[in-house]
Design a protein around this ligand. Structure first.
Ligand code: C2O
Ligand code: CU
Ligand code: CU
Length: 489
C-alpha cells in the first residue's frame, strides 16, 4: 500500500518535472526543491542562468575549402583537443573541429560532390556524423565508422537535397554524449539556386546568424567534467552557451534578421520566445525551407532539432530590453538593436518557399515499421531491445517510402519526451496522434519530438544504401542503447 502511494506520488512528481512540455503555457516555473530528490530516477534539472549579455556572440568561421570548382568541393575536418577561454581568465579543456572548441560552418551546394578529409587528432576513437544529410551509410559516420586516434579517412558524397541547416557531431558507440558535451559539434549548410533566388536574409554575420544552443555545467576551475555531471537520463547544465559564448548578446540592425537555431544540447528541451511576446516567422525546419512562412510566438526545439526563424526588428516594440528567452523567462540571448541596418536591402519573405506534401498514396499506406520507445536512464529501449551493433533491426528498399509509426510508451513513472532521429533521410510527419502535425512540422524533418504517450506516423524514404541508425537524440539515451539499425538496399 505504502509502495503504491509512493509510486503514485513519484509519478506525479516525475510527470511534472520530466514529461510536462516545457511550453510557456503549460510549464510551471522550474522548481529547485525537486533537485536531488528521489524521483525514482536521479534526474537533475538545474535552472539555467540568465545571459547577462556582456559578451558579443561569437560566430563560427565559415570553413575555407581546400579546393572548389562548380561541381566539387574539398574540405578537411580535424577533431582536436585544445583549451578555450570561455570565461575571462580561465582556460577550459575542450574539444573542437579545426579549432579548440565547436567547429566551423561547412558550406556546400546542391549538386556538388563533396570530399571531406576527416581526421582524428584526439586521443580517443571518434566518428564524423553528418546529421540530416541524405548520404550513403558508408559515409554517414555512424558508430560503424570509427576513426582511430591519429588516423584519417576521406569520404565522398553528392549533395542531392535542398537548402538546409544541418550539423555534424561525433557518434562513437557509447561515447557520443561526452564528446559532444566537450565541444564536438559544427554546422553544415546546404545552399541551392532556388533558395538563393528567394528574398530571405542571407548575409552571414550581418542579417543571418547561427545560434548553437547548449547547456553545460562547469566546475569551480571552469572545467567541463562530464563524469562528474553525468546523468543517465541526459546531462542538463546550468550554464547556457550560444556558439560557445557564455553570457552572449547579439548586435543587429532594425531589419529582418534570420536566426538559425540548433538545439545542440545533450538532453535539454527549449521553448523559445521573444521577451516582448511578439511573433516571429519560422521559415525552415530540420531539412530545409517550409512551404510557407509560419508566424509563431513560441517554438519548441528538442535535442538536435533545428529551426530557422526571421525576426523583424524594425517592427518590434520595446527593443531596449529585447531578448530571446526560453521557458518562462530565462534570458538566452539579449539583442542590442541598432538604428542602422547591417544587412542587405529590404527583405520580403516570399509566401511560397517550397512544396512538400504528404501524398494521398502515403496517407493511405499501412504502417510497416513499428517503433516503441520505452524507459528512462539505463533502462531505455526500442521495441524492448537495446542496440546490438551486430543486429540489423529492419530492412528497407532504397527509394521506397514506408510508413514508420513511433510510439512513446508511458511507464509507471510517467515517461518523458524522447526526440526520435533517423540517419540518412529527411522524412515527412504524416500525423501526430492521428492529427495533422502543426504547420511548422510539415516540412522535412530528421528528428521528431514525442511526448510521453504520443504516436507519430512518418513517411520515410532512403535514397542511398547502407546501414543507418535510428535513435533517441538524448545523447545519454543513445549511449545507453536506445538505438536501432535499418539496412537499406
Ligand atoms: Cu545527431 Cu545519430 O545523430
Ligand atoms: Cu544523425
Ligand atoms: Cu530518450
Amino acid at each position: 500500500m505504502k509502495k503504491m502511494l509512493f509510486l503514485i506520488l513519484a509519478s506525479a512528481l516525475v510527470l511534472s518535472a520530466c514529461s510536462a512540455k516545457t511550453d510557456g503555457d503549460v510549464a510551471e516555473p522550474e522548481d529547485h526543491s525537486m533537485d536531488g530528490m528521489a524521483m525514482g530516477h536521479d534526474h537533475h534539472e538545474p535552472d539555467l542562468n540568465h545571459s547577462t549579455g556582456e559578451n558579443e556572440l561569437k560566430l563560427p568561421p565559415i570553413l575555407k575549402s581546400d579546393k572548389e570548382t562548380e561541381d566539387e568541393i574539398h574540405y578537411t575536418v580535424d577533431a582536436q583537443k585544445g583549451q578555450t577561454e570561455i570565461f575571462d581568465g580561465y582556460q577550459t579543456d575542450t574539444l573542437g573541429y579545426n579549432s579548440s572548441f565547436l567547429g566551423p560552418v561547412l558550406k556546400v551546394k546542391k549538386g556538388q560532390t563533396v570530399h571531406i578529409n576527416t581526421k582524428n587528432s584526439l586521443d580517443e576513437d571518434t566518428t564524423f556524423h553528418w546529421h540530416g544529410l541524405v548520404i550513403a551509410g558508408a559515409a554517414d559516420g555512424g558508430p560503424h565508422s570509427v576513426i582511430k586516434p591519429g588516423e584519417s579517412k576521406e569520404i565522398t558524397f553528392k549533395v542531392d537535397q535542398g537548402a538546409a541547416t544541418l550539423w555534424f557531431h561525433p557518434h562513437p558507440l557509447g561515447n557520443t554524449a561526452e564528446q559532444v558535451f566537450n565541444g564536438l559539434a559544427g554546422l553544415f549548410y546546404i545552399e541551392d539556386d532556388e533558395a538563393d533566388q528567394l528574398d530571405l536574409p542571407n548575409e552571414y554575420g550581418k542579417n543571418d546568424f547561427p545560434l548553437i544552443i547548449q547547456d553545460k555545467t562547469f566546475d569551480e576551475e571552469k572545467q567541463l567534467n562530464f563524469t562528474e555531471v553525468k546523468d543517465e537520463d541526459g546531462m542538463m547544465g546550468d550554464t547556457l552557451l550560444v556558439n560557445g559564448t557564455v553570457n552572449p548578446s547579439l548586435t543587429i540592425g532594425k531589419e529582418k534578421v534570420r536566426l538559425r537555431l540548433l538545439n545542440g544540447s545533450n538532453m535539454r528541451n527549449y521553448v523559445f520566445k521573444l521577451s516582448n511576446d511578439q511573433a516571429f516567422t519560422q521559415i525552415a525546419s530540420d531539412g530545409g525551407l517550409l512551404n510557407e512562412p509560419i508566424e509563431l510566438k513560441e517554438l519548441q526545439l528538442t535535442p538536435s532539432e533545428r529551426a530557422e526563424i526571421v525576426v523583424d526588428f524594425s517592427k518590434l516594440q520595446d527593443t531596449d530590453q529585447l531578448a530571446l528567452l526560453t521557458g518562462e523567462d530565462t534570458v538566452v540571448l539579449p539583442f542590442n538593436v541598432k538604428e542602422e541596418r547591417t544587412g542587405g536591402d529590404n527583405v520580403n519573405i516570399p509566401k511560397q518557399m517550397n512544396s512538400i506534401a504528404v501524398t494521398d498514396e502515403e496517407k493511405s499506406m499501412k504502417v510497416t515499421k513499428e517503433i516503441v520507445l520505452d524507459g528512462m536512464a539505463e533502462d531505455v529501449t526500442i521495441n524492448g531491445k537495446k542496440l546490438d551493433i551486430d543486429r540489423i533491426d529492419f530492412t528497407q528498399k532504397k527509394g521506397e517510402v514506408e510508413v514508420w509509426e513511433i510510439y512513446n510508451k508511458p511507464d509507471e513513472m510517467g515517461g518523458m519526451i524522447h526526440p526520435f532521429h533517423i540517419h540518412g533521410t529527411q522524412f515527412k510527419v504524416i500525423s501526430i496522434n492521428d492529427e495533422l502535425p502543426p504547420e511548422n512540422l510539415r516540412g522535412y524533418k530528421d528528428t521528431v519530438s514525442l511526448d510521453s504517450g504520443d504516436r507519430v506516423k512518418l513517411a520515410v524514404r532512403f535514397d542511398e544504401p547502407g546501414i543507418f541508425m535510428y535513435h533517441c537524440h538524448i545523447l545519454e539515451h543513445e549511449d545507453n542503447g536506445m538505438m536501432g539499425q535499418v539496412k537499406v538496399e
